[in-house]
Design a protein around this ligand. Structure first.
Ligand code: ADP
Ligand code: ADP
Ligand code: ZN
Length: 216
């Protein structure tokens, strides 16, 4: 099973990914998460990427494609994976097709989580992320038991710099101009599924499960 999870920033990709990869035993590959981790470790790629991420801009296709290529070559990605947040440009979508072709592999499904702009804004300003394990919460919609402390690992929560209003606006523009065209690219291939992301966490997950079938 090789799945792409798409949707605007704040659509709930990361939240759904957490659950899907557990239930379906898939390797979770999130480019955003990989960049943040690399930055936390003060690696050159992470430091370079964060210059773009902070302002809400995309990291270059060259860097991003290379990061994904190396990740897909690892053993745990050979059979089953879920890609969250990649591809985000047509150039990346084409590069992914070439990579998969070379591996004699292809995508099983592309799931697009659809959410209106007003809802995205309230989701992003309230999003909080665990500094230690990357788990995602929301001050209102998914609060932690103890304020600013991760339920999963006890780590401290923080607000991503790119979730501040100035960056969010830019990210939504970029989504519309650069990422939306990919949706049509996959629709044309007949592997695109759309789910309504403006439901509860569990309702969205149920719709995704209906598309993927029961986990085996
Ligand atoms: P993405 O990875 O697409 O940017 P996230 O999974 O990080 O989205 O979700 C963005 C924010 O919205 C998080 O704070 C998350 O807790 C919250 N969220 C996600 N899905 C829902 C939902 N169905 N209802 C309410 N809030 C949600
Ligand atoms: P969100 O959960 O809000 O959709 P991500 O965690 O997926 O955000 O990504 C955070 C940031 O990392 C993006 O705004 C972008 O700057 C960078 N990034 C992530 N994936 C890509 C990609 N495929 N191409 C370019 N930049 C990316
Ligand atoms: Zn944590």
């Amino acid at each position: 099973m090789k799945i792409l999870l798409m949707g605007p920033p704040g659509a709930g990709k990361g939240s759904q990914a957490e659950k899907i990869v557990n239930e379906y035993q898939l390797t979770n590959i999130s480019t955003g998460e990989m960049f943040r981790e690399s930055y936390n470790n003060q690696e050159p790629i992470g430091i370079e990427a964060m210059k773009f991420i902070e302002k809400g801009n995309l990291v270059s296709d060259e860097i991003t494609n290379e990061v994904v290529r190396l990740r897909l070559l690892k053993k745990d990605a050979a059979r089953c994976f879920l890609l969250d947040g990649y591809p985000r440009t047509v150039t990346q979508a084409v590069a992914l097709d070439i990579m998969l072709n070379e591996m004699n592999s292809k995508l099983s499904a592309v799931i697009n989580i659809v959410v209106d702009h007003e809802i995205i804004l309230e989701r992003m300003v309230g999003r909080r992320v665990c500094r230690s394990c990357g788990a995602t919460y929301h001050v209102e919609f998914k609060p932690t038991q103890k304020k600013d402390v991760c339920d999963a690992c006890g780590g401290t929560l923080y607000q991503r710099n790119d979730d501040k209003p100035e960056s969010v606006k830019n990210r939504l523009n970029i989504y519309q101009n650069k990422t939306m065209p990919i949706i049509e690219y996959y629709r044309g291939r007949g592997i695109l599924h759309e789910v309504n992301g403006m439901q509860t966490f569990n309702e969205v997950y149920k719709d995704i499960q209906n598309i993927l079938g029961e986990p085996v």
